[in-house]
Design a protein around this ligand. Structure first.
Ligand SMILES: O=C(O)CCC(=O)C(=O)O
Ligand SMILES: [Fe+2]
Length: 345
């Protein structure tokens, strides 16, 4: 079994009734796994994946010159293989369920075998260091232009569908996304010997949840991404289906907080593709993916909304701003704590 791929076109072109049915179906999938896949929404990842290939072939010195600063701040620029440890952001509780780590939980030393480049729109207060136009012509214009715009629009449409599916007023989530601080990431998983995985310290990406409202994830044809199967235990492989519009959608921590845990985040990791699963040797081919992390406005309160707080389900998460939650989570990747707030007078 794999995640279904749902045709999203009716959300744009369908009748009110069709939109509502689609919204209900998508929200139902999110309730099962925290994840679903969409097709026919008007975006393909093809050009961006090609740019990704070009970007990661840049000389090491050029990538290092635009390196991300490993701190409790939004990520910007290039992150080298091994710089990020997603194993530090979630841990299993006594019931075997993945939970968000608290500050004292950060103790695992497992690294991710991936490199990535993170950016946001031009003009953002956390600016992006871009490679020079001469070294990768057209890269900035494409990535920061049409592709980012289209992804941000799709993310807002999916969140509108979730609002309809949850029967909360339209705008409940999307009205706190007006500053467009979404982040886009291209990532590259270099070829990796299956034997190296057997030692258990390295994975392409360890089990974790993402930090924003939702993530849109485009992947190449390699495979290896899996989502936790809450119903049966184990993992559901997200096997590429060969449709260029295929995009995975994953619920992130911000939506979990806002809905007081009514929606749960998708726990996901990246392992050997299904075809190499039972092999003792061999080389996993390189893999490229694109993630749009759809974010709430930095100063928005992402604490649980009142309609999700009841005597049976008391408030489970604090009233943090989106930036406070985000920086706490990013800091865990690097063992870096967010700076203490200045006490207000
Ligand atoms: O590359 C993938 O398939 C997943 C990446 C991921 O989970 C992330 O960047 O948060
Ligand atoms: Fe992720």
């Amino acid at each position: 079994m794999s995640l279904p791929a749902i045709d999203f076109s009716a959300f744009r072109n369908g009748t009110e009734q069709e939109r509502r049915e689609l919204a209900t179906r998508i929200t139902g999938e999110f309730k099962k796994h925290g994840a679903t896949r969409l097709i026919s929404h008007g975006i393909t990842g093809e050009i961006t994946l090609l740019y990704g290939d070009k970007f990661f072939q840049l000389p090491g010195a050029e990538k290092v010159a635009i390196a991300n600063i490993r701190d409790a701040n939004p990520q910007r620029g290039y992150s080298y293989v091994g710089s990020e440890a997603t194993s530090k952001v979630n841990k299993k509780d006594q019931k075997g369920e993945f939970q968000i780590c608290e500050d004292d939980d950060v103790d695992q030393e497992l690294v991710d075998a991936k490199e990535h480049f993170d950016y946001t729109r031009d003009g953002d207060e956390y600016s992006t260091p871009w490679p020079s136009e001469a070294s990768i012509p057209g890269f900035h214009d494409w990535m920061e232009g049409a592709f980012l715009q289209d992804c941000m629009r799709l993310a807002r449409d999916v969140l509108t569908a979730i609002e309809i599916g949850l029967d909360v007023p339209v705008g409940t989530f999307t009205s706190c996304m007006e500053s467009h601080v979404d982040e886009l990431r291209i990532q590259h998983y270099p070829p990796l010997a299956v034997e190296e995985l057997k030692a258990g310290k390295i994975k392409r990406c360890h089990p974790h949840t993402d930090f924003g409202f939702i993530t849109l994830l485009f992947q190449d044809a390699t495979g290896g991404l899996e989502v936790e199967d809450r119903a049966n235990g184990g993992w559901l492989p997200v096997i590429p289906i060969g449709d260029p519009t295929e995009v995975g959608v994953y619920i992130g921590d911000t939506l979990v907080h806002k809905t007081n845990g009514h929606l749960r985040a998708a726990v996901h990791h990246v392992v050997a593709p299904v075809s190499l699963k039972n092999r003792e040797d061999g080389i996993m081919p390189e893999r490229f993916t694109i993630a749009l992390f759809a974010k709430a406005d930095r100063h928005a309160d992402v604490g649980p909304m009142s309609q999700f707080i009841t005597s049976k389900t008391p408030q489970r998460f604090p009233n943090l701003t989106a930036l406070e939650l985000h920086n706490k989570r990013v800091g865990q990747l690097y063992d870096a704590r967010p700076k203490a707030h200045m006490a207000s007078a």
